[in-house]
Design a protein around this ligand. Structure first.
Ligand code: ADQ
Length: 409
């Protein structure tokens, strides 16, 4: 069996998820009530039997580091680990100049570990993937590099690396974020996007990041600088993600992949989870998503005011442990641990992070409320766009975002 190492790129600034990334790196942003975004890629590796993972961090990494140390302690005895690698300026005074430079500055890890193959994966996506199947494909093709790919609507093409692939699976063209994305053959509405997940034969990765580092004009970015050139003179293959088969996965989840690139997509991806029959099934325990265990008590629902028939309840919602819904109503919402919803309040189509308190008689709709926020009694959010914009961050699709720790009055 080949020796593999996973290097996870978790150092991007995540500016398009502002203000959720004001105090934390994007991979540490909560998702689905119970998880952080990075849990999905790490669970994919762990469930695939890849137990050696280095997470390359940079911006605002404290929350991410805490999560990794609490949620992802592996068995040192078996040589398993998930280790954060902070930017250490090993090659000079600069932070990582881009994703390729992040690998270059940590080449010592590769020298120490001596893997045959290296996965270089992003940390920003929600999906299930058996990475061993990608490795089998890479080995069968004798590839220098394999790029995982998925069709996306053509109007989104300019946000991705766009691929043209031959009938044998070999890459024929790669354009990083083209203004005018070329469609897939026979399907003018779709184009084939790179998922930003790469698998390299070790020598090729080392050679490419060293070559890139010597080029001062380079953007030092995997898409722009490495893949865009490599396919021209080396066998770069394209792994069709939709072929990936996952234990216990229903047919409709095949090919599910969400790049939670901005707050509106982040919001919609969370809302998909509260569907009665969601595409992405968090309850598939044959491919579990692992995260931090905690010691909170179970969620509690309190019938607060029997005289006025105020039943505390939640419908079509994910409610994490430690929450108390007391005489309020929660509908189509995602609640992280330790949320309180008090009597006569209505919370609808919303995402409440850890330790949020909704006072009595509030009405909240289409809002994301970050950690440690208390909404005072009687407040209305999400019903008056002018008033919401005056007080809070509002996304193009009209989702109100209240940043972490904000004093709401
Ligand atoms: P983007 O997502 O725009 O496109 P990028 O911003 O480089 O690319 O982020 C990729 C990953 O690298 C993220 O997980 C990010 O956190 C991390 N990263 C970014 N800068 C970093 C740095 N300086 N140090 C360490 N880590 C860093 C990429 C590809 C496209 C592809 C999309 C799919 O370039 O071709 O289509 O991903 O989402």
């Amino acid at each position: 069996m080949s020796k593999v190492l996973a290097m996870i790129l978790a150092g991007g600034a995540g500016t398009r998820l502002e203000p959720l990334t004001r105090e934390r790196a994007k991979p540490a942003v909560p998702f689905g009530g119970r998880y952080r975004i990075i849990d999905f890629v790490l669970s994919n590796f762990a469930n695939s039997g890849v137990y050696r993972m280095k997470v390359l961090t940079q911006y605002k990494s404290d929350s991410l580091n805490n999560h990794l140390s609490r949620a992802w302690r592996m068995t040192a005895f078996l040589g398993h680990y998930v280790e954060p690698v902070p930017a250490q300026m090993r090659t000079g005074v600069d932070w990582y100049k881009g994703s390729a430079d992040a690998i270059y500055q940590n080449l010592n890890i590769i020298t120490d570990e001596e893997p045959d193959h290296i996965f270089v994966f992003g940390a920003d996506h929600v999906y299930r993937m058996d990475t061993r199947q990608m490795l089998d494909f890479h080995c069968a093709k004798k590839a220098a590099c394999t790029v995982a790919a998925i069709p996306v609507p053509i109007e989104q093409g300019r946000e991705f690396g766009i691929i043209d692939v031959g009938p044998d699976g070999r890459m024929r063209q790669f354009l990083e974020k083209p203004k005018d994305p070329p469609p897939m053959p026979g399907n003018p509405k779709m184009c084939l996007a790179s998922m930003g997940n790469y698998l390299f034969t070790t020598d090729v990765l080392v050679q490419e990041v060293v070559r890139d580092a010597a080029n001062e004009a380079s953007a030092h970015d995997f898409g722009k600088s490495i893949i865009s050139e490599l396919y021209k003179n080396a066998p770069v293959y394209v792994y069709d993600f939709a072929q990936n088969e996952i234990a216990g996965q229903e047919e409709k989840e095949r090919g599910y992949w969400r790049d939670v690139g901005n707050i509106d997509v982040y919001f919609e991806s969370n809302m998909e989870l509260v569907e009665v029959d969601p595409i992405f099934n968090l309850y598939n325990d044959r491919w579990p998503i692992h995260t931090q265990p905690n010691n909170y008590p179970p969620a509690k629902f309190v019938f607060a005011d029997k005289a006025n028939n105020r039943v505390g309840h939640a419908t079509d919602s994910l409610v994490a442990e430690g929450c108390i819904i007391s005489g309020g109503h929660v509908n189509r919402s995602v609640l992280s641990p330790k949320v309180r919803v008090n009597s006569y309040s209505e919370v609808e189509d919303s995402i409440l992070f850890e330790n949020v308190t909704i006072g009595r008689r509030c009405r909240i709709r289409r809002a994301i409320i970050d950690k440690n926020v208390e909404i005072p009694a009687g407040m209305t959010i999400g019903y008056d766009p002018v008033d919401d914009k005056r007080r809070f961050h509002v996304t193009p699709a009209g989702v109100v975002v209240i940043p972490k720790g904000m004093k709401v009055t």
